[in-house]
Design a protein around this ligand. Structure first.
Ligand code: UD1
Length: 331
């Protein structure tokens, strides 16, 4: 039997592809499963890619067997909050039902470690705008609910089998590979930092502010923006923790402080040297006013040490990536 591999579902997507690069840089064996519905073949630089769906039992079972997978990192999911509000069943199908199939295959194949890509959206609208892992979960959109249901399945599977997991609740991911090999390439991006950087490089005419009447210091939404490199590193730390015999756990991944939409736009103007054309619009469906991580636990449990806790650095890597996409668009 060959050396065990790590299966990265959604490894052709934005976050998964950054994790794959870091795993490969550590010399890990990796296999990517991605249906390329939102991911890009070009994002998988250094690992075999199986094109298929996480909800397809036969495909998953054969990948687990053929690659002797003992660890799964599960990113494959739809992630756009407003889309989840208008098409909830699409989210429950692709995020929740597919995760159930994946877990069933994992149990059948004796997978030992599972790292799950969860979200701060499980908290809904937490009091004071910040959430610790002990904060009650109360998602306000189907995206958050679809991920929370997966967390519950994982918890129950882990208590009924030898599988151990780390569920990581991401706050707002932004930025890209500092070497500019990969980044978020979605043609219809919705994430604020990417959208604002697209405007700064001339790819779109203006940026919307969705809601200027929230009960936040400047009236716009506040989020805990974290660099994708630091987020990816949290997955490697989770792997090391599980291999060291760590118990199953659920952890926030954020820096513990937030920026408003206006502050993000100001950073993009500062770093790019361009004035953005900004249009104030009504609130977007499913958006909480503020969402900031209480982020002590991941440092204590995994020893996670972020290296890019700097809004300008996040914006800078995004701008460089958007410049690259202008001349070399991914399809
Ligand atoms: C993001 C993630 C979601 C995750 C959540 C955790 C994606 C697609 N979304 O959602 O999975 O659960 O973080 O907090 O990965 N905004 C504007 N104008 C824009 C775009 C956004 O004003 O053009 C505002 C939004 O209203 C919000 C903030 O910027 O206040 C961030 O929005 P966005 O970047 O879309 O991320 P989230 O919706 O928070």
């Amino acid at each position: 039997m060959s050396h065990p591999s790590i299966l990265v579902t959604g490894g052709a997507g934005y976050i998964g592809s950054h994790v794959v690069l870091q795993l490969r840089a550590r010399g890990e064996r990796v296999v990517v499963l991605d249906d390329l519905s939102r991911g890009f073949r070009q994002a998988v630089l250094d690992a075999p890619l199986v094109v298929g769906k996480v909800g397809d039992r036969d495909t998953v079972a054969s990948v687990l067997r053929e690659h002797a997978v003992d660890t799964v990192m599960h990113f494959a999911a739809y992630t756009i909050v407003p889309e989840s509000v208008s098409e909830p069943l699409k989210y429950y199908g692709n995020n929740t039902c597919s995760t159930r199939t994946l877990l069933e295959c994992c149990v059948g194949a004796g997978v030992r470690h599972f790292v799950f890509s969860s979200t701060a959206a499980v908290y809904g609208i937490p009091a004071e705008g910040s959430a610790a892992e002990s904060t009650p979960t109360a998602p306000i959109n189907p995206y958050g609910t679809s991920k929370l249901m997966s967390e519950w399945m994982l918890r129950d599977v882990a208590s009924a089998s030898p599988l151990k997991y780390v569920a990581l609740r991401y706050f707002n991911v932004a930025g890209s590979d500092p070497a500019c090999r990969i980044g978020q390439a979605s043609p219809d991006a919705t994430l604020l930092v990417k959208v604002a950087c697209e405007a700064a490089v001339g790819k779109r005419a203006e940026v919307a502010i969705f809601g200027n009447d929230y009960a936040t210091p400047d009236g716009t939404g506040v989020r805990d923006y974290i660099h994708v490199e630091d987020l990816a590193m949290a997955h490697l730390d989770a792997l090391q923790y599980l291999r060291g015999g760590g118990a199953s756990t659920t952890l926030n991944v954020g820096y513990g402080h937030g920026y408003s939409v206006r502050q993000v736009l100001a950073a993009v103007e500062r770093v790019s040297g361009k004035r953005l054309k900004v249009r104030e619009q009504p609130r977007r469906a499913g958006d909480p006013p503020a969402l900031i991580a209480r982020a002590e636990r991941i440092r204590a449990e995994l020893g996670w040490r972020p290296r890019y806790d700097d809004l300008d650095a996040i914006v800078r890597t995004t701008l460089v990536w958007e410049q690259r996409l202008l001349s070399d668009p991914w399809k």
